[in-house]
Every structure is written in structure tokens, then in C-alpha cells.
Write a protein that binds this ligand. Sequence first.
Ligand code: URA
Length: 241
Amino acid sequence: MRVRLDKYLADMGVGTRSQVKKEIRNGNVTVNDCIAGSPEMKVNTASDRVICQGKPVAYKRYEYYMMNKPAGVVSATRDSREKTVLDLIREERRSDLFPAGRLDKDTEGLLLITNDGETAHRLLSPKRHVDKVYFVRVRGCVTEADAAYFREGADIGDKNPTLPADLQIKTSGEISEVILTIREGRFHQVKRMFQSVGKDVIYLKRLQMGTLILDESLKPGEYRNLTEEEVNRLCSQEKKQ
Ligand code: URA
């Protein structure tokens, strides 16, 4: 693939587009041992050797991070007022990353952050009905009748009821704890499903999305690269569905 040198460097997290342009103009970037002439020059991502301020910058087409999203940050790339999930990524951060799907500000748990638009689209497409598994703490006593209602499809005030969802009750009482598997990603879906049976969600954490399972060793706010196996499963399984 051939890309502009400034995009190459910005995508690899060397700096913003204007910062890397400055580096190039200051003669701090070489391509195959020759000082790069301009930010517009095209480089071959597979074969050209790019060095910025003495540090080799290898091109990686796709990046995949698993984050345990903490409460209090928004699932957006940029926000003028709120801290975003991308603000939590500390190391050199490529410019084309985005969170694949949204969790509410107060929701915790599994979030995929990537620059692979095609895979993200497949994972999130409403047509594919990829399973999303949540741990939910609810105020009120969750019953088997609620589970049956969710299995049939809940009326959450949209044109159509939800698709059948699976509810496993872990504990029920004044506060109940459940595992809910849904196959869509409607706005505030889990909270609205419980509201439809007269209960409020007081804590919500996503545990799984398709083949991707939250690594419980990640504390809220922590993230890691997906393993090769996770990437292969994510890309191949989501293609098959
Ligand atoms: N359902 C919700 O209500 N909130 C989320 O963040 C995710 C699913």
C-alpha cells in the first residue's frame, strides 16, 4: 500500500499531522536513508524504511486493543468536554483509532479499540446479531417471568420488540445480579429492557462481544493488544456470520 509520508507517521502515532509535517520539513525523517523531501511524498508501507529522529517507524496496518472501559469516560474518539476512551491510551497513539461501538458513560467493560473499520462494521452490524454479554446489577427482584419476557422479546418503546435475549439469574432479591445476552445494540438497550419490567440498572459491565471475551486481569481503564489468536478469531468468525 502506498500512503503519504505525513499520514504514515501520524497513523503510527509519531505525532499529529502538523507535528509530523514539521519533522519532515526540518529534515528529521529519512526514507530508505535519504532525507524526505516533503510530507506529500508517497511511501510503500511494505517495503520502504522510514526513520524519524533516528527511530525506525514500522507500518502496522491494523491495531486492535481490548480495553476494560471504566465508568466516567465516553466511548468517542474526541470530545470537547469529556474524557474519552482514546485519552486513556498512553503510548504512541495512531491517529485512526476508534472505539468499535459505544458503551454508556457509566458502563464498564469490554471495548474494542481499533482502526479496522471493516471488522468493526461486521461486529456491530445490526444484521449480524453478534452476541453481547453483560453482567448487570439491578435494583429489584429479577424473576423467571422477566427471563421469559426477554426470551420472547421485550417492548422497550421502539417500533419492534427486542430480539430474544437470554437472562441468567445469579442472585435475586432487593438487588439482583444477572448475566444478560443480547443480539442487538440498540441505544441504552439493557437499561431500557430492565425498565420495561419496572427495574433499574445500577451497574452494567460488558463481558463479551462475539468471540471476544474481556480479560478479567485488566483493571478498569487498562487495555492491551489483542493476541494473534483473538485477532484471527475476531476477523474470521465475524466474516463467517
Ligand atoms: N445497554 C445499555 O443500556 N448501556 C450500555 O452501555 C450498553 C448496553
